[in-house]
Design a protein around this ligand. Structure first.
Ligand SMILES: [Zn+2]
Length: 252
């Protein structure tokens, strides 16, 4: 695969120009692979008798006179791949509050944010789809496949009053952790924990989670599942929670 919807840059400009010469693309050549470019490419694929999926591969590129090797070097500004994984697993529910489990909620968050990012043209790698949730070792191995990797967790404490959002990561991700915490604090109306805008360095936190952080990922502790009021606010506002996280990642 060379180019697809969501890609931008000189390579897209060349694709649009080639499709324009054929009269299939009659819009502004802007280097932004959107719906119109996709439709034009599909029309050309149909003409060639190949599957009209709107994704530019080697064969169609060569038919358009575009050299794959050159295109690859010109595919600048392609949106970063994002890794989103859910904490715990099918056999490890994590923290619980009544019938609600951490694993169940973070799976829902993973899926919700992924849907939004996909709709914005981002490629997202997950540790399973739907109700699947692969083990931490699998999730940690995915970290390096993305520019950003986040594993969702919920905090829990014996005290029902414990509250807030925090993120555990290496210092390279301090700024994005702070943005994520700030956005979630706004949506859920909860405090940002600690004295560094919610960011905690990799030396702190629960030992069992560190494999993910050591690999370069972010552990995002969205809120306290043990805090009834926070849990309730999550259920009322979860669509906004997904959107807030997606917005931070889209800006990153
Ligand atoms: Zn957890």
């Amino acid at each position: 695969m060379l180019l697809k919807k969501g890609d931008t840059g000189l390579a897209v400009t060349r694709l649009q120009t080639a499709l324009a010469k054929l009269g299939l693309y009659v819009y502004r050549v802007d280097g932004d692979f959107g719906k119109k470019t996709e439709d034009a490419l599909k029309a050309y694929q149909q003409k060639l008798g190949v599957k009209p999926d709107g994704i530019l591969g080697d064969y169609v590129a060569s038919k358009l006179g575009l050299l794959s090797a050159v295109l690859a070097t010109q595919s600048t500004n392609i949106k970063p791949v994002i890794v989103l994984t859910a904490g715990h697993s099918l056999v490890d529910p994590g923290a619980c509050n009544g019938k609600f489990t951490e694993a169940g909620i973070v799976r829902e968050v993973r899926n919700g944010v992924t849907t939004i990012l996909n709709s914005r043209g981002y490629k997202v790698i997950n540790d399973g789809t739907g109700n699947d949730n692969q083990a931490l070792s699998k999730a940690a191995a995915m970290v390096k496949q993305g520019k950003i990797a986040i594993e969702f967790h919920l905090n829990a404490a014996v005290s029902k009053a414990a509250t807030g959002v925090e993120a555990l990561a290496q210092s390279k991700d301090k700024a994005i952790c702070q943005k994520l915490c700030s956005a979630l604090a706004d949506v859920l109306d909860i405090p940002v924990r600690g004295s560094a805008g919610g960011w905690k360095d990799e030396g702190s936190g629960q030992h069992s989670k560190l494999a993910y952080v050591s690999a370069g990922g972010i552990i995002l502790e969205l809120f306290f599942i043990s805090n009834d009021a926070e849990l309730q606010k999550y259920f009322e506002r979860k669509d906004h929670v997904f959107m807030a996280i997606a917005d931070v990642l889209t800006e990153a």
